[in-house]
Design a protein around this ligand. Structure first.
Ligand code: PLP
Length: 424
């Protein structure tokens, strides 16, 4: 079976041949691979080619592909039912684990994706405050909900799609977009619209314009001004929850959001999202309160047991320091290779996630991220793929490491990257 033959079949009956846009590899100018299986730090395509995987399903797999404990939990549960449509004990256990890890989350509601989490959180913020505007940051991606597709990062940025086709102007105009890491712009938008702002949604560490860290004072300013105006802060930790630390980005940066959105790692590779926050706010969610939100498969036991197995393993292993060290080995190795080959670059890294930008300048917002040489990124990607190293097929994304990656993997990956860069 060939990748190209399967992709032709896919294109005939699926838009772009994919179920999610960036998988078509359009931004990097190559043919996508079709996956047959994955295990640990490795992934194989249908032609049998092996890759060291730094895409890791876009972030959920912090324990690597098919971790034995997660697989065992899912297999055991599958024999007892895939979905009940009623409350099960695993939901309560996972909710308790989440609440114990994240001090700002007193109550939690499970949904089936990060998109659902952010859409529901926005509705809750509007319902709670009775206000209409949402403030978001240029280049941050919060899933594909109508209100949040305005100036979004990730695939929207990669494919150069303007934020709004299909989103009526009336809806888009309720989203106010300002640059990331710009406290002054933030103050100004609140001076103008502050009384009518329901919430600010922010990635505390941005992962969807590539990795961009918050500058000192930026998140503090958001908290200070929103308190002043009575707007809520929604912290979108869909990437960063259980990735940066047990308590997510908010543990590292000491902020206390009103609502937190979760996804990816919380489901250990199964479809799962969640939103949670202060009790007084979450009590507005139906049936306790009037803000409606529901889901046929919400809280399904397969996702719950995968999440429980993943979080329990993480809480036991406490792998964050080791993961960061290993990641730093990889990033400093990549930097050395690029430097030796005279290729200007910047690497933004935190914990086990990072992005390589092909620019000499500091990258601190979407404008500076866009200065990266994307043609060079495309060449870099294709060359790495040929050598058997899989990274996100787009500039504005993060590479992820997992506990399944070993020192040998990093050593081997660097050898392959060295060879790939020499051939650019
Ligand atoms: N929020 C952030 C920060 C994300 O990175 C993503 C997806 O990458 C989402 C929300 C949407 O999550 P999902 O793709 O599970 O709908």
């Amino acid at each position: 079976m060939r990748n190209s033959e399967l992709f032709e079949r896919a294109k005939a009956i699926m838009p772009g041949g994919v179920s999610s846009p960036v998988r078509a590899f359009k931004a990097v100018g190559g043919e996508p691979i079709i996956v047959s299986r994955a295990q640990g730090s490795r992934l194989w395509d249908v032609e049998g080619k092996e890759y060291i995987d730094f895409l890791m399903s876009w972030g959920p797999l912090i324990l690597g592909h098919s971790h034995p404990k997660v697989v065992e939990a899912v297999c055991e549960q599958a024999k007892k039912g895939l979905s009940y449509g009623l409350t099960n004990e695993h939901e309560i256990t996972l909710a308790e684990l989440v609440v114990s890890a994240m001090p700002s989350v007193e109550m939690v509601r499970f949904v089936s994706s990060g998109t659902e989490a952010t859409m529901s959180a926005i509705r809750l913020a509007r319902g709670y405050t009775g206000k209409k505007y949402v403030v978001k940051f240029d280049g941050c991606y919060h899933g594909h909900g109508d209100s949040l597709l305005v100036s979004a990062g990730s695939g929207v940025a990669t494919l150069g799609i303007p934020g709004t086709p299909g989103v009526p102007e009336d809806i888009a105009s309720l989203t106010l977009v300002i640059p990331y890491n710009d406290p002054q712009a933030f103050e100004e938008v609140f001076k103008k619209y502050g009384e009518d702002v329901a919430c600010v949604i922010v990635e505390p560490v941005a992962g969807n314009m590539g990795v961009v860290l918050p500058k000192p004072g930026f998140l503090e300013k958001i908290r200070e001004i929103t308190r002043e105006y009575g707007a809520l802060v929604i912290c979108d930790e869909v990437i960063t929850n259980f990735r940066l630390s047990k308590g997510g980005a908010q543990e590292l940066f000491g902020r206390d959001p009103d609502i937190t959105c979760m996804g990816k790692i919380i489901g250990g590779g199964m479809p799962l999202g969640a939103y949670g926050g202060r009790r007084e706010i979450m009590q507005k969610v139906a049936p306790e309160g009037p803000v409606y939100q529901a889901g046929t498969l919400s809280g399904n036991p397969l996702s719950m047991v995968a999440g429980i197995a993943t979080l329990k393993e993480l809480f036991t292993l406490k792998p964050y320091e080791e993961l960061e060290k290993l990641t730093r080995k990889l990033t400093s190795g990549i930097s050395e290779i690029l430097h030796r080959n005279g290729i200007p670059h910047r690497i933004n890294q935190i914990a086990s996630m990072f992005t390589v930008f092909f620019t000499e300048e500091e990258v601190y917002d979407y404008e500076t991220a866009k200065r990266s040489d994307r043609e060079m990124f495309g060449k870099f990607f294709r060359s790495l793929l040929r050598e058997g190293v899989l990274i996100p097929p787009a500039q504005f994304e993060a590479w992820f490491l997992s506990t399944a990656h070993t020192e040998e993997d990093i050593h081997l990956a660097l050898e392959k990257i060295d060879k790939a860069v020499a051939s650019l």
